[in-house]
Design a protein around this ligand. Sequence first.
Ligand code: BG6
Length: 469
Amino acid sequence: MAFPKNFLWGGAVAANQCEGAYQEDGKGWSTQDVTPRGIVGPRTEEPTPDNMKLVGIDFYHRYQEDIKLFAEMGFKVFRTSIAWSRIFPKGDEEEPNEKGLKFYDDLFDECLRYGIEPLVTISHYETPLHLSKTYDGWVNRKMIGFYENFVRTIFARYGKKVKYWLTFNEINSVLHQPFLSGGIFTEKEKLSQQDLYQAVHHEFVASALATKIAHEMMPEAKVGCMILSMPTYPLSPSPDDVIKVMESVHKNDFFGDVHVRGYYPGYMKRYFRENGIQIRMEPGDEEILKHTVDFVSFSYYMSICDTADPAKQIRGQGNLMGGVPNPYLEASEWGWQIDPQGLRYVLNYYWDRYQKPLFIVENGLGAVDVPVERADGTKTVEDDYRIDYLQKHLLQVEEAIEDGVDVMGYTSWGCIDLVSASTAELKKRYGFIYVDRNDDGTGTLERYRKKSFYWYKDVIATNGEKLHE
Ligand code: BG6
């Protein structure tokens, strides 16, 4: 049996995509509250009723019911994030909002009651709007101090309840989606490379500082970075294509490399030199970066190709960045190409590069689900397509473990249906649990177990043996 006994099986969500209750108990507005169409449409001045995230799936009020269902599936771990604007409504206050803190106390207690370990993303695409508008998000060095205050507060409060922490969700996505990922208010088109990479530097320092503080305050804690992984294959065997791929992969590896090695790699110094970018470092920054992570976590949905031939540089759909489609692969209804072997590839790639434990904290299929009624009147979804996707990916995880890769766990994305990040729809469902809510705002918010719910339960109960049936 390949999966280790202590393998952390579970599921993942993010606060902004499921909690709703966007102004309850003193919560401030976050960048998500003014992006009703996800990253596809423009942001609004203030929250508008067509923003599906304002209600989400009402997890804020229904988390007990949902965690009970996760426990029924046998989850060992549940990944969620802390909405920064619940704890610090504007982001730059000195004192936290007690009601916000209390909510996560209750949520983590509920997980622990069932023996489910919380895995917490400190910042998942939900920068307080005030920090974005007033400081231009991570472009401003002051963000490090605001983030430090936030992490000290939550480490002090939840240190005894939460062992696994992730500093920033998909930290490399800031290169592609500066507002969503880095709370950078300046329009992407007007943002200079200088400011963008300076923002990256501030996030690196903040992440390493959080790791340092976590280790000081919570000796048992394990801190990971979180990377949007998207293996990139050369479109052809031409050496030009291979070098083009190397360079585009370097742009992503930059993030893991700094987090694991603790210093800037030579290939990025060259890029900065040749593009007139000068990272402003303060005394002490290089020392702080040496506080490296305990494990590397990543999301995996798809792979892409790249080519040096401008005529073939036709970008397809994909998770936040997209790429040149692979002629050998099929795609999901949203155009994301499906490549289970890419997961084995990326696990081996990171293991060979870092020799750090790896955690797959997002993977799954966004699809349109059609609820059906069982003979007894209860509802379900016959989501064999989701089972097929997950099974094929998990078999590749098993292959990677056989290859000798140290894999800590797997949390399937959107283990309960939630609002999509890129398109802000509920129609794009990932869950084992169906939530009765539609994009026109109708629905009872009731929860139903899909066919995949029972399948995943068996996978966990058999520690992966079920995958071979
Ligand atoms: C990842 C994000 O990029 O992909 C999640 O970390 C997101 O927040 C997930 O939901 C799936 O993307 P989408 O756009 O289908 O929700």
